[in-house]
Structures are given as C-alpha cells and as structure tokens.
Design a binder for this molecule. Structure first.
Ligand code: C2E
Ligand code: MG
Ligand code: MG
Ligand code: MG
Length: 291
C-alpha cells in the first residue's frame, strides 16, 4: 500500500497485483489437489507420415478438468506447475500414462506405435525429484522405444554435462528425442553435434506462413534440407490447410501434425479412430470430447 495514496486508498495497480497474486496462490492450491483427485487427462493428437498417410505416432497433450473452470489448456497452468515444482510429479504422471497408451496401441495394431511426451526444462534440473524414466519403463517391463521425448531449445541452452548425460541415457535406451518448437529458441545449434537427436519439430509459426510469407517458407525449406543432411527427420507442427500439407509433401517433409488431420482427442476417441472404428474424417472440435 503506497503512502502517497493514503489510507484506504489502494491504487489500481496494487489492487490488480494483489488479485493476480491471489489467483496464483489459488491456482497452485488447485493444482496440488488436481493430481490426487484425478482431474488431469491426456489428449492425443496424431502425427501423420507424409509419404504414405499412415498415423505414425501421437503427441500426448495435457488437459485439466479444473472444477469451476472446465477444461483448461496447458498454457493456463504449466508455467505455474513449473515454478511451484508440481511439474515433477505431474510430468511423471504424464509419462507413465503416455507410455501405457503407447504399449496398448502397439499391441492393438500389431506394430510399433510411439507416443511423444513433452518434458519440461525443470524436469532436467540437477537432482530433480522425478522418476528415472528409463528405469521406470524397465521396471514396468516396457520397451523404451515406445516413447519419444520432446524438449525445447531452452533445455539445451548452455548444455551442461548433467543434462547431456540425462539425454544420452534416454537415447542409449532407445528413446527417440525431438526438438520442439524448432527455430524459436535462443540456443546455438551446436547441441546437434553433441546429442543423438532424431526429430526436429518445425514451429507452427513458420508453418502458418507457408506459401504466403517468404521468410517462413524459406526457413521451413532450409530446416528440412539441413535436417536431412544431418540424418534427422522433420515434423511440421500446426498444419491446418491442404495447401500447407501439399507444400510439405512436395518439399520432402517427413511428418505432419495439425488440425487439418485431427484435433487432440481424449484417449478413447483417439483409439476409436486409430482402430478404424470411427473415420478420422469424422472430426471432433477440440475439447468437445469431455471424458
Ligand atoms: P507443443 O508441445 O508445441 O504442442 C503443440 C500445441 O499445438 C498443442 O497445444 C496443440 O494442441 C497445438 N496444435 C496442434 N495442431 C495445431 C494446429 O493445427 N494449429 C494450431 N494453432 N495449434 C495446433 P496445447 O495442447 O495447448 O499445448 C501447448 C503447449 O503446452 C505444448 O506445446 C507444450 O509446450 C505444453 N504441454 C502440453 N502438454 C504438456 C505436458 O504434458 N508437459 C509439459 N511439460 N508441457 C506440456
Ligand atoms: Mg510438443
Ligand atoms: Mg535415437
Ligand atoms: Mg510446438
């Protein structure tokens, strides 16, 4: 409370600071309850192989049925989950669930089906309290090759020996690694020399401009060429139109993900399409499939 404002005269600035601090505390309290009360749910979005149209894998995307608010997207809570440390337990829950689905769908299809998981930079901090993912998979009798791990360039900024060891342990066990939102981070690309990266995911901001914005188009084309010369595969994120898809096919992009193919879906809706029970063309609007 500022002196200049006098008693009983909180400035608008202070009032809004207080209410946003309150909202944050409420959010943290709600997040802590959410895991034991089973309010989190994973949605799955297909990743399509552009050479044959097959559904190659799926990305697990976190959703929260927040009481009083409804279905809540990660942008509304991941940062607070990270700052409060909740991300360790939450990220391990995502991992365990996603691995279970990968194994289930592999068995159902009779061929490998990988689920890709977003792992927060916080989960890579030294002495982070989370699970050892490789040991956990082995303990459950699951093949580490059933999952891919997506990391952002933020994890690789000033790549430490410790983070390098963690990533090497994952890739040595057979977990494929992908760089998410590629092209938007601040890190140098020297990590590509030090790590066994399998996929670059081109950020959706570049895909949005394909064919219309010269800079986005040039960047996308250059990433594809560079990745292929380095022996990496490319996944285009945020593909929304047939024009974008056709451009990507023509320029040899390996995989695509986006609303053109499917919104992220609850597991049962995803599974019904994966097994052919429901056609992919029967589209659900995002977040309509409440479980
Ligand atoms: P991301 O990993 O880059 O995930 C892709 C985001 O793009 C998802 O947003 C997805 O719904 C959205 N998307 C997919 N196709 C399209 C499209 O055609 N157009 C547009 N405009 N968007 C599309 P979502 O699910 O809201 O997730 C946002 C971010 O939250 C993710 O970005 C990821 O960074 C983070 N996130 C999601 N789940 C987890 C998780 O389990 N753990 C962690 N640490 N982060 C997560
Ligand atoms: Mg991702
Ligand atoms: Mg590998
Ligand atoms: Mg992304």
């Amino acid at each position: 409370r500022s002196k200049a404002g006098g008693r009983n005269c909180m400035t608008f600035y202070e009032a809004s600071m207080q209410s946003s601090a309150m909202q944050r505390l409420t959010l943290i309290a709600d997040l802590r309850r959410a895991l034991p009360e089973r309010q989190f749910v994973l949605y799955f979005q297909p990743i399509v192989c552009l050479s044959d149209g097959a559904i190659a894998k799926a990305e697990a995307l976190l959703r929260w049925h927040r009481p009083g608010t409804g279905l809540t997207l990660p942008d509304q809570f991941i940062v607070v989950a990270e700052d409060s440390g909740i991300i360790h337990e939450l990220g391990d829950w995502v991992f365990d669930q996603a691995a279970s689905m990968a194994v289930r769908w592999t068995a159902m299809l009779g061929q490998d089906f990988q689920v890709t998981i977003n792992r927060s930079p916080i989960q890579f901090q030294p002495n982070a309290p989370g699970l050892d993912w490789v040991a956990h998979l082995r303990a459950r009798g699951l093949d580490p090759a059933c999952i891919n791990v997506e990391i952002t360039e933020g994890v690789l900024l000033n790549l430490s020996d410790d983070v390098q060891t963690q990533l090497d342990t994952l890739s040595a066990a057979g977990v494929d690694l992908a760089i998410d939102d590629f092209g938007t981070g601040y890190s140098s690309m020297s990590y590509l020399k030090r790590l066994d990266i399998d996929y670059l995911k081109i950020d959706k901001s570049f895909i949005a401009g394909l064919g219309t914005d010269v800079t986005s188009t040039t960047i996308t084309e250059t990433i594809i060429v560079m990745a292929h010369k380095l022996g990496l595969k490319v996944i285009a994120e945020g593909v929304e139109s047939a024009v974008q898809r056709d451009w990507l096919v023509k320029h040899g992009c390996d995989f695509a993900q986006g609303f053109l193919f499917s919104y992220p879906l609850p597991a049962k809706d995803f599974e019904a399409r994966l097994t052919g029970e429901v056609p992919w063309s029967e589209r659900l609007f995002e977040n309509s499939g409440e479980t």
